[in-house]
Ligand binder design. Structure first.
Ligand code: PLP
Length: 383
């Protein structure tokens, strides 16, 4: 059993710890894609928004992809490079502010484009406007993460695409059809995209391939992606291409550290932690997937098996069954691997449970706890 590095015993508990060296490793891979394919890569804030790391992220990526006013503000304030904002539907009262701070604005429907294009241009004459289309090809692994599933509201299908918008200032097309996928899935989406929208691509100034590209995963075909982007650009007069991954930026960049609070029995050994699947690791319930714990095994694999549960009153707040070489004791620290993407961006204070602290383990300077949360974070969201 490898002991935890000392800093994992020194962080507050619970705490997410983003390791700068691992983040930079991902960014170097993404930068290679940028340099060799000519594509520009944005960070999708939806998946990873630890802005204290944006000094590093902004060194490599071209900016941020926002899903609405608040993410756009965050991207503008904290990275201040390009801000591309897409929302399933914009609200009239927010549009001026969003347009002023965005470089690209992507509408989900030609109807929203027609309603808001003039207002957006008036607020920011330099803004570039696009439409999200639905290529109607997707192999996303699970329905809740399939943007091209049956009756999807995300993006305009070709039969609903009102081509009169092209003469009215549409500069770009956007699609987002993938989730944790490799290049073969992108190639299939591009076949659909070009079959349906190929006749208008060459009237555009840019195309955005969305996110869901799992570029930094060890088995991802980075050369293949570079080849696919270059071939697409070659077919379309060298058109600028954007990618906006979230998960691939934060992928395997650090753990969530939690502490065992109690060990009890009811038919099996149960351990209660100071974290929560429901509040702090929501995709373990929504995707669902099993979070890895350092130095643990499947139930029964090692000598001592426990069902790990969260410190909320929700019966289903269960992280899963894990086994360990030694019995768990109150005070033991557990290290949940790869908990930096789609975790703290989704956290809740359900049941009044404390939000985990946020920390960065810097390449130089070591541990930096950048945020602790407390009672006021719970109270201020209620009234
Ligand atoms: C979620 C999302 C992304 C990022 O997806 P990842 O799977 O995190 O790479 C990018 N663009 C849009 C429009 C999204 O909805």
């Amino acid at each position: 059993m490898t002991p935890n590095p000392a800093y994992l015993n020194n962080v507050p508990s619970p705490c997410y710890v983003c390791e700068e060296a691992l983040l930079e490793k991902n960014l170097l891979t993404l930068d290679r894609v940028q340099r060799e394919s000519g594509a520009k890569i944005l960070l999708a804030l939806k998946g990873f928004a630890m802005w204290s790391t944006f000094d590093v992220v902004g060194k490599y990526l071209h900016g941020t992809a926002a899903s609405g006013l608040h993410e756009a503000l965050l991207g503008r304030e904290t990275m201040n490079k390009e801000v591309h904002t897409y929302s399933p539907a914009f609200k009239a009262e927010e549009l001026d502010e969003i347009a002023r701070i965005s470089d690209h604005l992507v509408f989900n429907s030609t109807g929203q484009f027609k309603r808001f294009a003039t207002q957006a241009k008036a607020a920011n004459p330099k803004i570039s406007l696009g439409i999200r289309v639905n290529p109607e090809v997707s192999s996303a692994p699970t329905d809740i993460y399939n943007p091209c599933g049956l009756f999807s509201r995300l993006g305009t299908v070709v039969t609903e695409f009102d081509e009169s918008v092209i003469g009215e200032g549409v500069d770009g097309l956007h699609f987002h059809a993938l989730c944790e996928q490799n290049v073969d899935a992108l190639e299939a989406v591009l076949v659909g995209f070009e079959a349906k929208f190929g006749h208008i691509i060459d009237q555009m100034k840019w195309v955005n391939f969305g996110g869901g590209h799992h570029i930094t995963r060890v088995d991802y075909d980075v050369e293949g992606l570079i080849r696919v982007i270059k071939a697409f650009r070659a077919r379309h007069n060298d058109i600028p291409v954007y990618l906006e991954p979230g998960e691939a930026v934060g992928w395997q960049t650090g753990p969530l550290v939690a502490t065992v609070l109690d060990v009890i029995k009811n038919g099996m050994e149960l351990a209660i932690l100071d974290t929560s699947a429901e509040a702090h690791m929501p995709d373990t319930l929504a995707m669902p997937y099993r979070a890895m714990i350092r130095n643990s095994g499947e139930a029964g694999e090692k000598k001592y098996t426990y069902r790990l549960g969260g410190n909320t009153c929700l019966a289903g707040d269960i992280i899963g069954d894990y086994s360990f070489d030694a019995p768990l004791q109150p005070g033991d620290r557990l290290v949940f691997e790869d908990q930096i993407h789609y975790t703290f961006v989704k956290n809740t204070t359900f049941n009044g449970i404390k939000l985990p602290s946020l920390a960065i383990y810097r390449k130089e300077g070591g541990l930096q706890v950048v945020k602790n949360f407390g009672y006021s974070d719970f109270r201020n969201r209620l009234s």
